[in-house]
Design a protein around this ligand. Structure first.
Ligand code: ADP
Ligand code: MG
Length: 238
């Protein structure tokens, strides 16, 4: 069964429709990348999966549950944003623990999970630091640590690397893929960078003006683009 299903989902802001009946099925453990030019609706779609935007029409299912009316906190997802939004006044450990504290998880369980996540991401020695004492790459790793601490059914990433310099971006791509290979958590990852999409995705969803132009494995899109838009977008350098 699909882990996430987006069925005929639409979104309007006022009278402006920005998502026009999108259908996507995401299998359990799949790493799916939503790619497309700025303004095509990637973040809006991701935010609807997260519950941060209302759905104007259609249905979003996570696992076996239709979540249209389920608040973000009660969805089994964790989101990593572009600006990673760490809490500046909290240590790395507290940043990672925060979402579990919000959900009233017992303290020993929180500590055990934070320590496990820190081990996975190589953050053990940084747990007492504050975000301002970290490099860009370390901050990004803490943001991922916050997401994996809860062991959610689905990770949602919105352009998590776009604030990093080119070298670090390439390194973090590898780290995120390794993390996925290790945890096998279903992932929906948004980027406008076709190289990122081609190198990281199991399946790419190419969006344009609020519709899906094509979806498939990276090489499938590269070899057999459905139309000129996909050919131009996938084929052009970033
Ligand atoms: P992307 O992430 O692909 O760059 P977005 O999902 O952010 O695109 O935006 C899709 C469209 O929806 C854009 O035209 C954007 O201006 C519009 N939009 C996004 N959020 C809002 C909002 N809160 N109110 C009005 N329009 C919005
Ligand atoms: Mg966006």
């Amino acid at each position: 069964m699909a882990s996430v299903e987006i069925r005929d989902v639409r979104k309007a802001f006022g009278s402006t429709q920005v998502i026009h009946g999108v259908n996507i099925e995401i299998e359990d453990g799949e790493f799916v990348i939503l790619v497309g030019p700025s303004g095509c609706g990637k973040s809006t779609l991701l935010r609807m999966i997260a519950g941060l935007e209302n759905i104007s029409g259609g249905e979003v299912r996570i696992g076996d549950r239709v979540v249209n009316d389920v608040p973000p906190k009660e969805r089994d997802i964790a989101m990593v944003f572009q600006n990673y939004a760490l809490y500046p006044h909290m240590t790395v450990a507290d940043n990672m623990a925060f979402s579990m504290k919000l959900r009233n998880a017992p303290k020993p369980e929180i500590e055990q999970r934070v320590s496990k996540a820190a081990g996975i991401l190589g953050l053990e020695k940084l747990l007492d630091r504050y975000p301002r004492q970290l490099s860009g790459g370390q901050r990004q790793r803490v943001a991922m640590g916050r997401a994996i601490v809860r062991d959610p059914q689905v990770f949602l990433f919105d352009e998590p690397l776009s604030n990093l310099d080119a070298k670090l971006r390439v390194q973090m791509r590898t780290e995120i893929k390794e993390l996925h290979q290790r945890l096998k958590t279903t992932t929906v990852y948004v980027t406008h960078d076709q190289i990122e999409a081609m190198t990281m995705a199991d399946k790419i969803v190419v969006m344009h003006d609020g519709i899906v132009e094509q979806m498939g494995a990276p090489l499938e899109l590269y070899d057999r683009p459905a139309n000129l838009f996909v050919a131009g977008f996938i084929g052009s350098p970033s």
